[in-house]
Design a protein around this ligand. Structure first.
Ligand code: WT7
Length: 660
């Protein structure tokens, strides 16, 4: 964390609109106003009641053990199988014929998968993994696009107690390798190739490049997706590589799910921190599933067997884990899963899918909403979106303009919008309106959910008053909280629990403020973490990628506000002597280098070549001043700079290159 105060904390609120739920919606809502008082009266009893929505093979003896804080134990002594809860129990209850997944491939192929089929698929995949020698506690890395096998693979791991570590398909080979090594993954699951904007692009070839010499990896399982559409052969290593269909199809469809301890690890998911090394966020079973299922039920008002739900996230991010896989399936949802990009083959693709499947709940990200705004309201207007009854937003603060556009043009002017604040670390939604209760305000996540406690505090940990701003903290443990950082307990304590250690608060890294009604408004990160299109990227990670290029001597990276992506990555680089005259081509090469090192999502929007970087006397880069330059503002207070002329040098000598 930096000591710099984010300028966002000084934001002034001007939004005063508020939209109460429609009476019919409120009357039928899953979650009602008395849930707040019930949870306040007895938090643990409230969570026990939520946990009882799941099937437990052995009941717990204690709801919460916080005696070894910050390492929580929830539902102590309880045993359950997460995959059984997401699949088998719905079949046993007579819902085997209900569609679990309406899958839509980018080229237009589709598959409908019922809960009965899903049970067979997951059981076979579990047997397949067992046949490779994967056992409970082992790590399986998954790098797959949005195909049903991705979900099946995750559930198969859960079923046998192996931890999955899903790596976003857009991450580079070196990013994949870093994650595989950190978790000592035994098996990697990927595909031959993926469809991206109408073209087949290789996946397995990248995975091979990544895993060259990776000591822990015994097997690579490859799903055939692009087949003959992919140019060239799929690189293959006999003995190590195995096709998914050859491994899985012949397996028996019977697999007895074993009950695991409530605290048995479920998965690791890497996320960026303030250093160059991603953190392996660890989630466990009983508490995680309880809160994922609870929030999916309460926040999305999901009615099993009636709603058609669609979360547009990728399983490479936590939203895909909690709100495509675990929450919805635990609640017996029928959901749409879409493989492709929103403008392939045309900009109405999402609305066409909503119309076709009569989607009733649609959960997406502000960056996509702003993109839809840019494409124009006449596009969704061509489709019948009347099935939609609830809209959701996640990933970054949603600006009121986008919120209103979403409500008017997608939600028919009356669908409630839930702006859901949470993090990879929190595992599930923490702050959000309840759609049948809350008078929604455009741009505010509003209130901690029943059972959750959050506060906005100042530097001294004192709660700020109405109208005041500060840091968002979570002052009480919650069931789906992270249980640690894989292999690094000290980093876990330092990152989240040291800022307010005396009070025992979890520090989320976000700035926030209360309005005059006491509703919470999120104001963005207060640390060196950027939010680009809802993806978390650390400034240090991009800086390390830049300085790994032979022409770069030094680099500083900031997130500058961007009308579409929330923030855009702007880099300031000092080139080595002989490269100092770099032109546009050299800058393009640098941008591509970052994409290659981390992934295309980390490609800087703009790179400026500068003669110096602004540093304090202790050598710390003052990103605040660089943000001023990147956002075309007058440069702020420079008195703490070691050399106060640096900013003049930067402004005078700017040469820049940008944008594809
Ligand atoms: C960070 C977490 C949670 C899944 C997607 C991102 C920002 C997330 C909101 C929201 C304002 C939000 C925060 C948070 N964020 N949702 N509704 N309003 N900000 O997960 O990659 O772990 O990032 O995303 O800054 O700390 P993540």
């Amino acid at each position: 964390m930096t000591t710099e105060q984010s300028p966002a904390l000084d934001n002034l609120l001007t939004e005063s609109r508020s939209f109460p739920p429609q009476p019919e919606f409120a009357a039928a809502a899953n979650a009602t106003a008395d849930w707040y008082s019930e949870a306040d009266a007895d938090r643990e009893a409230f969570w026990a009641k939520q946990a009882e929505r799941l099937h437990w093979d052995t009941p717990w003896t204690q709801v919460l053990d916080w005696s070894n804080a910050p390492f929580a134990k929830w539902f102590v002594g309880g045993k359950l199988n997460v995959a059984y809860n997401c699949v088998d129990r719905h079949v046993e209850a007579g819902h085997g014929d209900q569609v679990a997944i309406h899958w839509v491939g980018e080229p237009g192929d589709t598959r409908d998968i019922t809960y009965a089929q899903l049970k067979d698929d997951v059981s076979k995949a579990a047997n397949g993994l067992l046949s490779l020698g994967v056992t409970a506690g082992d790590r399986v890395a998954i790098q797959l696009q949005m195909i049903p096998e991705a979900i099946v693979a995750m559930l198969a791991c859960a079923r046998i107690g192996a931890l999955h570590s899903v790596v976003f398909g857009g991450f580079s080979p070196s990013a994949l390798r870093q994650r595989v090594d950190d978790a000592d993954a035994k098996v990697v699951i990927t595909s031959d190739g993926q469809y991206r904007r109408g073209k087949a692009a290789p996946m397995k070839a990248n995975v091979d490049e990544a895993l060259e010499g990776a000591g822990s990896v015994e097997k690579i399982v490859v799903v055939r997706r692009t087949g003959d559409d992919l140019e060239g052969d799929v690189p293959w290593s006999d003995g190590r590589d195995v096709w998914w269909h050859e491994l899985v199809d012949a397996q028996p469809a019977d697999h007895e799910p074993e009950a695991f301890d409530s605290e048995h690890p479920l998965y690791i998911l890497y996320t960026s921190g303030t250093t160059g090394k991603p953190k392996g966020i660890l989630h466990t079973s009983g508490g995680y599933l309880t809160q994922a299922a609870y929030t999916h039920n309460a926040v999305f008002d999901h009615k099993p067997g009636q709603d058609v739900y669609w979360c547009t996230a990728d399983i490479g991010w936590v939203t895909g884990h909690s709100y495509i896989v675990y929450g919805p399936l635990a609640n017996r949802a029928t959901q749409v899963v879409y493989e492709g990009t929103p403008n392939t083959p045309h900009e109405g693709r999402h609305w066409e899918i909503i119309q076709k499947y009569k989607v009733s709940i649609y959960y997406t990200a502000p960056t996509l909403i702003r993109t839809f705004m840019k494409w124009g309201a006449d596009i969704p207007a061509k489709y019948d979106l009347s099935s939609l009854r609830l809209l959701g937003s996640v990933g970054e603060p949603i600006n009121p303009e986008a919120w209103m556009w979403f409500r008017e043009n997608i939600g028919g002017g009356n669908a409630p919008i839930v702006d859901t604040w949470w993090q990879t670390e929190t595992g599930a939604i923490m702050i959000s309106p309840l759609p049948g209760v809350t008078h929604a305000k455009p741009g505010s996540a509003q209130q901690p959910l029943p059972g959750i406690s959050a506060k906005v505090v100042d530097d001294t940990a004192a709660e700020v008053g109405r109208g005041g701003g500060g840091y968002l903290v979570l002052d009480k443990p919650w069931p789906s909280m992270l249980r640690g950082i894989w292999g690094d307990d000290q980093r876990f304590k330092d990152t989240y629990w040291s800022r307010f250690s005396e009070q025992g608060f979890y520090f989320a890294g976000d700035g926030a403020k209360y309005d005059n009604d006491g509703d919470v408004w999120l104001l963005g990160r207060v640390d060196d973490v950027m939010n680009v299109s809802g993806h978390r990227i650390s400034t240090t990670e991009v800086e390390s990628a830049l300085v790994s290029h032979h022409t770069v001597a030094e680099a500083a990276v900031v997130g500058a506000s961007d009308a579409t992506t929330g923030q855009g990555i702007v880099a300031f680089v000092i080139l080595r002597g002989d490269a100092a005259e770099a032109g546009d081509e050299a800058i393009q090469e640098l941008r591509n280098h970052v994409a290659k090192e981390i992934g295309p999502i980390a490609k800087p929007r703009q790179i400026m070549v500068v003669p110096e970087l602004p540093k304090t006397r202790s050598g710390k880069i003052m990103r605040r001043l660089l943000r001023d330059v990147a956002e075309n503002r007058e440069v702020g207070d420079v008195t703490t700079l070691a050399d106060s002329t640096v900013m003049d040098q930067i402004s005078k000598g700017l040469s820049s290159g940008s944008d594809d």
